[in-house]
Design a protein around this ligand. Structure first.
Ligand code: ADP
Length: 533
């Protein structure tokens, strides 16, 4: 006789989150800032109802299981309705990155065979360019002034209450997001219902991002960027109030919203927090923020100095690492209880690392000799596996990104200390090889950003006649601050081997960035390609 578990077999699908929003967190507010800066307020209960209406309207309009529906939208409550409504219809939400070039957006929309598009009226000028660049959609639904397109509200009103929604399987696709394409063409990563539900739960646990219904979260990270790190799903699940900034991402607008909506957690890339720090330092006492405001930071390394500066301002930065392929949360950096009494420098060093894996995912670091020891010296490529880590790209591109024993190769170079904390040292492609020795551009730039005059710094390898490549640092100084190349070199000298020190420091107004706010090192390398020749 076989012995079986007696538990209910409940598929982990998004309707679990929507049902909960409707029944148990219905009254919690969802706040959106509109392009004209006005504020609108709704609740999870209403969002859930309207999401079901959207799902029925989509089914009525012909969307079938697995069909892709694109969104070209800022962060606001209608986008949240799409996050729920499209997958409830059986469709797949394809969040288009509005910061990309129209040609690229068109390529991505066609590659994913998007059938419908749901677009913000303020983004119609961009959308028209995307269509002119060759993107084809059968139906275009517009939030706001729709012109010749279908108004979103009318589309919702067209839903027939008797339309039955499909029964979802947990392995069904729920959303698709494209990688930024720094290496080759952008590639689609397809999240499943199950991967999304599990990621949403684990993101909330205390030693992960630690989110609860006591929180009010403002995702600065766009909803077209790895589902705003999955945070809208997590917030709906735990019942945290959500505050969406719309298109207003400047420091003053964000701080005003933090203040007025009593935000307890923000989430965004380091550039956002750099701007916030600058605004707070320039206007002491101007904004009253919640005591102990937390800020989740990822997407690029959070420099240690930034973590220290925010502590001084009474806020806590929480450093996390992830990728589009990892849904995105892979590791989070929290000082464990047994190191809580370690000296201050040790604790800051740990917090500036990318941290340890969240529950249910595992990491390892491998180089040509195999798995590297946790000696904080030997580096190798970071590998990751788990239930919300992609097992392939859409269309099966570049299968060599996965090892034969089931790990995803991240393309990040890292080392691990004795506590299991990883430190990213570079992207594989950004490492600098000088005279046969490797130099980590990220370590140099993180240290440079600790100099009191430096706002931002990016280090790249530039061709050199003798050493094949030498480091060059592009530096943005803080407003009104001064520093010379010699001063910056002297600042780095005690911390690095001599051959690591950049041969050149160039002072620039801004460092070119990708659509995701990361340093665009390819452009820097091109600009300075002949600097040493
Ligand atoms: P995301 O949208 O999360 O930034 P991408 O797929 O666009 O995801 O980029 C992932 C890459 O960003 C990682 O492979 C890594 O190089 C970099 N990255 C993400 N988080 C961090 C971090 N905390 N520190 C350093 N680099 C990071």
């Amino acid at each position: 006789m076989s012995f079986s578990a007696t538990m209910m077999d409940v598929p982990l699908t998004i309707d679990l989150v929507v049902d909960r929003a409707e029944r148990w967190t219905a009254g919690i507010e969802v706040v959106s800032r509109r392009p004209d800066k006005s504020i609108t307020r709704t609740t999870y209960g209403d969002v859930a109802k309207r999401a079901r209406r959207l799902a029925r309207a989509l089914v009525g309009a012909g969307i079938r299981r697995g069909d892709r529906v694109a969104t070209l939208m800022w962060n606001h409550s209608e986008h949240l309705e799409c996050y729920f409504g499209i997958p409830l219809s059986g469709g797949v939400t394809h969040t288009l990155n509005l910061r990309l070039h129209p040609d690229e957006i068109a390529y991505i929309a066609n590659d994913a065979s998007d059938r419908f598009a749901i677009v913000d009226d303020c983004l119609l000028p961009l959308f028209d360019k995307v269509v002119a660049a060759g993107a084809k959609f059968e139906k275009v639904i517009v939030v706001g002034k729709a012109g010749d397109h279908v108004p979103y509200e009318a589309f919702l009103a067209s839903a027939n209450e008797s339309t039955t929604l499909p029964k979802l399987a947990e392995t069904d696709p729920l959303g698709v997001c494209y990688t930024s394409g720094t290496t080759g063409k952008p590639k689609g990563v397809v999240y499943s219902h199950k991967s999304t539900v599990l990621h949403s739960i684990v993101a909330a646990v205390p030693d992960s991002l630690g989110l609860s219904r006591a929180d009010t979260l403002l995702p600065v990270v766009p909803m077209f960027h790895v589902n705003a790190w999955g945070l809208p799903y997590t917030c709906a699940l735990v019942g945290a109030k959500l505050v969406f900034p719309g298109p207003h991402l400047d420091a003053a607008s964000l701080l005003e919203l933090f203040q007025n909506e009593k935000v307890t957690v923000g989430a965004g890339v380091p550039t956002i927090w750099l701007g916030i720090r600058e605004a707070l330092d320039a206007n002491p006492g101007k904004w009253t923020l919640q005591p102990g405001l937390r800020m989740i930071v990822g997407g690029s390394a959070a420099p240690e100095q930034m973590i220290r500066d925010f502590d001084r301002l009474g806020m806590t930065l929480l450093h996390a690492w992830g990728m589009t392929e990892t849904s995105p949360i892979g590791t989070v950096s929290r000082v464990p209880p047994h190191l809580a009494d370690a000296d201050e420098d040790t604790r800051y060093r740990l917090r500036a690392r990318q941290g340890t894996p969240t529950p249910l995912v595992d990491i390892c670091i491998r180089n040509d000799a195999g798995e590297v020891p946790a000696d904080d010296k030997t580096s190798g490529e970071l590998m990751i596996r788990g239930p919300w880590i992609s097992a392939s790209y859409m269309g099966g591109h570049t299968p060599d990104r996965w090892t034969s024993d089931g790990w995803f190769r991240t393309g990040d170079v890292a080392r691990m200390d004795q506590h299991g904390f990883i430190q990213l040292v570079d992207r594989v492609a950004d490492q600098i090889k000088s005279g046969g020795e490797w130099i980590s551009s990220q370590e140099l730039e993180n240290t440079l950003m600790g100099h009191p005059a430096v706002k931002e710094a990016a280090v790249v390898g530039v061709p050199h006649p003798k050493w094949s490549e030498r480091p060059l640092a592009a530096v943005v100084l803080k407003p009104g601050a001064t520093a010379t190349a010699d001063e910056l070199r002297d600042f780095l000298a005690p911390k690095f081997a001599k051959f690591w020190l950049p041969d050149a420091f160039v002072f620039v107004d801004a460092i070119p960035r990708t659509s995701a706010g990361k340093f665009k090192k390819t452009e820097l390398r091109d600009t300075y390609a002949k600097h040493f020749t």
